[in-house]
Design a protein around this ligand. Structure first.
Ligand SMILES: NC(=O)c1ccc[n+]([C@@H]2O[C@H](COP(=O)([O-])OP(=O)(O)OC[C@H]3O[C@@H](n4cnc5c(N)ncnc54)[C@H](O)[C@@H]3O)[C@@H](O)[C@H]2O)c1
Length: 389
């Protein structure tokens, strides 16, 4: 009998029905992932098993008319991982990003997640992952907001009013219910106004729109930064409150003080070690550094102005060792890891199965009576002849 290898296709609507918008749940799942990261029960890509992923970076120009060329936020990226614990599954997030997408009525990035059996590699599910990805990204700073601030937050600043911060605010509010006032800043003011309006309607909190990032962060206990890379964002250290918990999901420029005079906490130190190792192989190391959210830190470490990564703190360590929260200013650097997509995807797949959601597909597609597995046999021959995959 030929194998069937059934797997579930889950559309974005199925993901919503499965619970992708359940922020409290997504934060709990992300919390579990941080603990598994600390234990080392995971594998990501690359020789060091800690790579963020593999990105297609298009050239500035090309002699080939169809080849994509570089543009704002333009890349195609694959992020594979195995995650242990109760998840015990492999998966990959595969997405394309292009600022131009908006002109076609599409989000900046279009994402899918595939989960696979850890032994056979058979697909378990292919899922629409725009909400999955933004909610898993948002859950990470929300876990940080659970462990890093010493005092309950009252004022939240939002810099960059896009999809990631929409989810981040929801997730942070689930951890910091004392937040009374939210100040929003975006490159285009209309978007910040719409964001503030949404917050008032959904949460009934007091909101304000700030014309500059400086005004936005001036009174904030927690700051969530997730601006796209289309226009450089710069916020000086002294513009923040002395106790601000600054959660970076996107890049931010600042002066040296922000990095040298704050408690800097990484999402996962081995991930940043892998970034540095990769960047050092690039033609332009500084450019490769600055393509990363933690790039300014890597520069300072090389210059001997900040402690080496191996001596730096990450969130999993703080959680596992129950290190005390911060009274002074903290900067949390979250660069994103496929283990979070795999974990949240797995959790939602379990929920989808319980609820009978999605469409079951079969990988091989042979009718038993008709084919008797003939094409699979042909496939084996190809493998025997040295097929690479
Ligand atoms: N850390 C992670 O795991 C992770 C995952 C996904 C995305 N991201 C990053 O998060 C950021 C936001 O992603 P998104 O999907 O919400 O993008 P988006 O395009 O939906 O929204 C970004 C918003 O930032 C605004 N913006 C751009 N420059 C600004 C500036 N200088 N000041 C204020 N606002 C500015 C834009 O106008 C836009 O409204 C991106 O940098 C993206 O690469 C990080």
């Amino acid at each position: 009998m030929p194998p069937r290898s059934p797997f579930l296709f889950l559309s974005e609507a199925d993901m919503v029905a499965a619970g992708v918008d359940d922020v409290a749940r997504s934060v709990d799942v992300a919390d579990e992932v941080f603990r598994l990261l600390k234990q080392g029960d995971y594998v990501m890509g690359g020789v060091n098993r800690n790579s963020h992923g593999l990105v297609l970076v298009f050239p500035e120009t090309s002699p080939f008319p169809n080849m994509p060329t570089a543009g704002p936020d333009r890349r195609v990226s694959a992020m594979p991982a195995y995650l242990g614990g109760r998840f015990d599954v492999c998966g990959v997030k595969w997405y394309g990003s292009n600022a131009e997408n908006r002109k076609r009525g599409l989000p900046r990035s279009v994402l899918t997640v595939m989960l696979n059996d850890k032994s056979t590699g058979e697909p378990l599910a292919l899922m629409a992952a725009n909400r999955l990805s933004s909610s898993r990204t948002a859950a990470v700073p929300a876990v940080a907001s659970r462990y890093l601030p010493a005092e309950p937050a009252r004022v939240l600043a939002v810099v960059g009013c896009g999809e990631i911060n929409r989810q981040a605010v929801r997730a942070i509010l689930s951890q910091q219910p004392g937040i009374e006032r939210i100040v929003c800043n975006n490159r285009s003011r209309e978007k910040a106004e719409a964001f503030a309006e949404w917050l008032r309607a959904e949460y009934g909190v007091e909101t304000a729109v700030a014309g500059t990032a400086r005004e936005c962060v001036a009174e904030a206990d927690i700051v969530t930064v997730a601006a796209s890379r289309t226009a450089p964002l710069r916020i000086e250290a002294d513009w923040f409150t002395p106790h601000a918990c600054i959660l970076l999901s996107g890049p931010m420029q600042s002066d040296e003080k922000i990095w040298t005079e704050s408690r800097v906490v990484y999402d996962h130190v081995p991930l940043h070690e892998a970034y540095v190792a990769d960047a050092r192989r690039a033609d332009d190391v500084d450019k490769a550094y600055l393509g990363q959210i933690g790039g300014y830190m890597y520069r300072l470490i090389d210059a001997g102005k900040a402690p080496p990564l191996a001596e730096s703190e990450d969130l999993g360590t703080i959680m596992a060792e129950e290190r005390p929260p911060s009274r002074g200013r903290t900067v949390f650097i979250a660069s994103g890891m496929a283990v979070f997509d795999v974990a949240w995807g797995f959790d939602l797949l379990e929920s989808a199965k319980q609820k009978g959601l999605g469409v079951e597909l079969e990988l091989w597609g042979f009718d038993e009576a008709e084919e008797g597995g003939g094409s699979l046999a042909a496939d084996e021959t190809a493998a025997g002849e040295g097929a690479a995959a």
